[in-house]
Design a protein around this ligand. Structure first.
Ligand SMILES: Cc1cc2nc3c(=O)[nH]c(=O)nc-3n(C[C@H](O)[C@H](O)[C@H](O)COP(=O)(O)OP(=O)(O)OC[C@H]3O[C@@H](n4cnc5c(N)ncnc54)[C@H](O)[C@@H]3O)c2cc1C
Length: 359
């Protein structure tokens, strides 16, 4: 991986989607969508090309102090350290982070945050230099102003990795259960302002979701390629699988769905480049893209029969990751609800939701 990363830097392919002023390639969302469509074909390319930290780098870039940027953003963009984010907790519904129970209180002299809580699915916590912890600092404030983001280095006393959570047969993964017991970090580890965690999370998740959707297109293309190749090669009942109409229907449905997801992703990326937050478009593509990816891989597995669920082919692993995609960064249902509410808001105001973008 280190060798690949060096090559990527030498070729000018490093961190292409990040702003130039923090060491990235400065590509807009639309050109980056096309790059990521290729990157997404390989599960290792994101790390090899230095874009795995993009969401955390965006957060630090927008909200970090100069000291925080020097300490964490620069090494993050250079690929020297890994980040992690601790929002989700076993005891509270992650879909609704207003229920977060982790707390952070200022010490009596105001010099330190004392963090206590229980997180899980903190991806990469076991390898990360820090976890940005979503914690309640303003218990009496309105629900969306109660929490703050605090950067907690993973080697701080009281920061404990309880276990790596096994997920769908993966026992050596990176999704960690973390306990924070009287973890003390300097007061200047607060990211942004007190009570701003939701705004910061939105800045992270909006672009982050579209990066996922772009990569899923590459994964879907790969599954589609494998499905079509296998259908042509494998014979049953006297003819190739490709001759069976049911397999042809799977191929046609997959082609239509992938292209629809692709054009929706490109449309959202284009809107983001014009400064539009594209909240409806991103919500639509997050749940639609995840479902398309899931269904295309599922059909590709079916065409492969037993080989499809074996680890001799990449499909079973791709399938597990596609299943996760329908849950992480907000489950399908939350994005459906959010898109529908925004659309309905237009109608309640006597307007319409225009697909052509005109108002
Ligand atoms: C692979 C993976 C990696 C992850 N990485 C991270 C990470 O690095 N950091 C982190 O903090 N978290 C991470 N997560 C956690 C993820 O963000 C949460 O799982 C997600 O927000 C859902 O929260 P929950 O699991 O508590 O489900 P719950 O909130 O308990 O929701 C359960 C189900 O309820 C339904 N539901 C929820 N709301 C509604 C609604 N309004 N209408 C209808 N149905 C609804 C949905 O079907 C949902 O799947 C990761 C998860 C996975 C699977």
């Amino acid at each position: 991986m280190a060798e690949l990363q060096r090559e990527a830097k030498a070729e000018g392919l490093w961190a292409l989607g990040l702003p130039e002023e923090i060491g990235g390639g400065g590509l807009g969302f639309l050109p980056y969508a096309y790059v990521n469509e290729q990157v997404g074909r390989s599960e290792h390319a994101m790390v090899a090309l230095g874009t795995h930290s993009a969401q955390d780098a965006t957060m630090l870039h927008l909200y970090g102090t100069p000291e925080q940027k020097e300490r964490w953003l620069r090494p993050l963009v250079d690929g020297e350290i890994l980040p992690s984010i601790g929002m989700t907790e076993p005891e509270a519904a992650g879909s609704d982070p207003t229920g977060v129970r982790t707390t952070a209180e200022l010490s009596e002299d105001g010099s330190e945050w004392v963090v206590n809580g229980h997180k899980w699915f903190t991806t990469f916590a076991n390898r990360a230099a820090f976890t940005t912890v979503f914690a309640v600092t303003e218990p009496d404030a309105a629900p969306h102003a109660r929490a703050s983001m605090i950067v907690v280095p993973t080697d701080t006393p009281g920061y404990e990795i309880v276990r790596v959570v096994p997920v769908m047969g993966e026992t050596a993964g990176n999704h960690c259960e973390v306990r924070l017991t009287d973890v003390r970090v300097p007061a200047d580890h607060l990211l942004g302002e007190r009570g701003q965690a939701f705004a910061i999370a939105q800045a992270r998740l909006g672009p982050g979701r579209i990066y996922h959707c772009m990569r899923w297109l590459g994964q879907a293309q790969r599954a589609f390629d494998l499905m079509c190749q296998r259908a042509l090669e494998r014979e049953a009942f006297g003819s190739p699988l490709a001759d069976k109409q049911i397999v042809q229907a799977w191929i046609a449905d997959s082609a239509a769905e992938i292209q629809a997801a692709r054009l929706m992703t490109i449309d959202a990326a284009r809107k983001l480049d014009t400064g539009d937050e594209a909240r409806v478009e991103i919500a639509l593509i997050k749940f639609f893209g995840a479902k398309v990816l899931h269904d295309v891989i599922d059909r590709a597995i079916q065409v492969h029969g037993a080989l499809g669920v074996s680890a001799d082919r990449p499909l079973e692993r791709m399938y597990r990751h596609a299943r996760f995609a329908r849950i992480y960064d907000g489950p399908d249902e939350v994005h459906r609800v959010s898109a529908a509410r925004r659309v309905l808001r237009s109608y309640a105001a006597g307007e319409a939701f225009r697909f052509d973008g005109r108002t």
